[in-house]
Write a protein that binds this ligand. Structure first.
Ligand code: HEM
Length: 395
């Protein structure tokens, strides 16, 4: 008797020398086995869904539960029997999810976010002033990419920016895939305690900010804290990584900077597609039997919707591995997910990226990488892909 072949591991290794490309295995899987069983780092088997059409179908399917979202499967220390907290917007389903989402979505409309554009621009300018006053070299992550989204989300939520060292450190642990369970719990408890105190203060003395409005919106303290934590972490980690990684891409494609300056909206969409920083995809669990591509997925089984693979699907994006600012319909990508849980903060992220990249390349046209590319350290072990430091130079 021959043993059944072992389930292959979820592909994670990016092709050598191509830090912006997803694992090469995805291209082959899209061709030959677009929905296939893999073993995830968290220990469970899941259907890996790699084609654009199937990824969208899975994410649009209301029978799919988000209880493991966004990427519980990526963490070898994950507890798969966890209970979803009532404030965890990203993991709730159905009416529980809609109830929370309705409380925050009006704060992130195009109109509300556009009203913040001037503020974002002023932050970009003041950070560039400070950077340019320095010695002609800087770590773009610490001096530009991280502070801008952190300041914006603090302003919007009503979180004191002076506390950034604390929440940035805890957030980094929460999105790390190799933090131990204890480290994860400690970071969670520490950030939750901080937010609980903040919400109590807001209830006593409300200001004109989102946390003040939420604090009197009929949510329990647990809901407030967990929702607040999701907004604070998602609100700065993702965009910070996108700003730094996009800068690196543009340093390597100097001819494309003109397009960024001339058509920032179009360029940012293509960068979102090309980089797909939510690098482990998003996890779902089937609650009833369902057909995905040519496979029957059974109730209870897990699925990984590989956003980075969908965004490189040649059926939808011809020449998908190429950064191409002339694509038709640049917004078709799924970098912000799709369906009921599609990113709440996407308009905000767009405005921040547009302002950061145009400000940077307009004011520092001679910007260059300050070290050899081989010296850069990429974040392979975090839920959101990025670069740890980005030494740049000018002048
Ligand atoms: C470039 C930046 C960003 C990227 C690539 C990104 C990506 C995503 C993705 C893929 C999802 C869907 C997760 C799923 O379906 O399981 C999501 C959801 C979410 N994002 Fe973002 N995001 C970004 C910026 C932001 C910002 C600035 C905020 C601000 C608060 C934010 C808040 C959220 C929230 C609250 C959810 C959960 C929505 C729900 O479950 O209904 N994100 N994001």
């Amino acid at each position: 008797m021959t043993a059944a072949p072992a389930t292959p591991a979820l592909p994670t290794t990016r092709p050598a020398g191509c830090p912006f490309d997803p694992p090469a295995t995805y291209a082959a899987l899209r061709e030959t086995a677009p929905t296939s069983k893999v073993r995830c780092p968290a220990g469970m088997d899941a259907w890996l869904v790699t084609r654009y059409a199937d990824v969208r179908a899975v994410l649009a399917d209301r029978t799919m539960s988000s209880r493991g979202a966004s990427s519980v499967h990526a963490n070898p220390n994950a507890d798969l029997d966890f209970e979803v907290s009532p404030g965890s917007i990203i993991q709730l389903d159905g009416a529980d999810h809609s109830r929370l989402r309705k409380k925050v979505i009006p704060e992130f409309t195009v109109r509300r976010v556009e009203a913040l554009r001037g503020y974002v621009r002023s932050l970009v300018d003041s950070h560039l002033d400070a950077m340019l006053a320095g010695p002609g070299r800087a770590d773009l992550v610490q001096e530009f990419a991280l502070p801008i989204p952190s300041l914006v989300i603090c302003e919007l939520l009503g979180v004191p920016y002076a506390d950034r060292a604390h929440f940035q450190r805890q957030s980094a642990t929460l999105v790390s895939t190799d933090a131990t369970r204890e480290e994860g719990e400690q970071a969670y408890d520490s950030l939750s305690g901080y937010l609980a105190e903040l919400f109590v203060a807001k209830q006593r003395n409300p200001q004109d900010d989102l946390f003040s409005r939420l604090s009197v919106a009929g949510l329990t303290m647990e809901e407030l804290v967990v929702l607040g934590l999701s907004l604070l972490v998602a609100g700065h980690e993702t965009t910070a990584n996108m700003i730094a990684l996009s800068t690196l891409v543009l340093l390597e494609h100097p001819g494309q900077r003109e397009v960024v300056l001339a058509s920032p909206e179009r360029a940012v969409e293509e960068l979102l597609r090309y980089l797909s920083v939510v690098q482990w995809g998003v996890l779902r669990q089937a609650t009833s039997d369902v057909q995905v591509g040519s496979h029957r997925v059974r109730a209870g089984e897990w699925l990984v919707a590989a956003l980075n693979s969908a965004n490189r699907d040649e059926e939808v994006f011809p020449g998908a591995d190429k950064l191409d600012f002339d694509r038709e319909s640049p917004r078709t990508h799924v970098a912000f997910g799709f369906g009921a849980h599609q990113c709440v903060g996407q308009q905000l992220a767009r405005v921040e990226l547009q302002e950061a990249l145009t400000g940077l390349f307009r004011r520092v046209p001679e910007l260059r990488l300050g070290v050899g590319r081989e010296e850069l350290e990429f974040k392979h072990n975090t839920l959101v892909y990025g670069v740890r430091e980005l030494p740049v130079a000018w002048g």
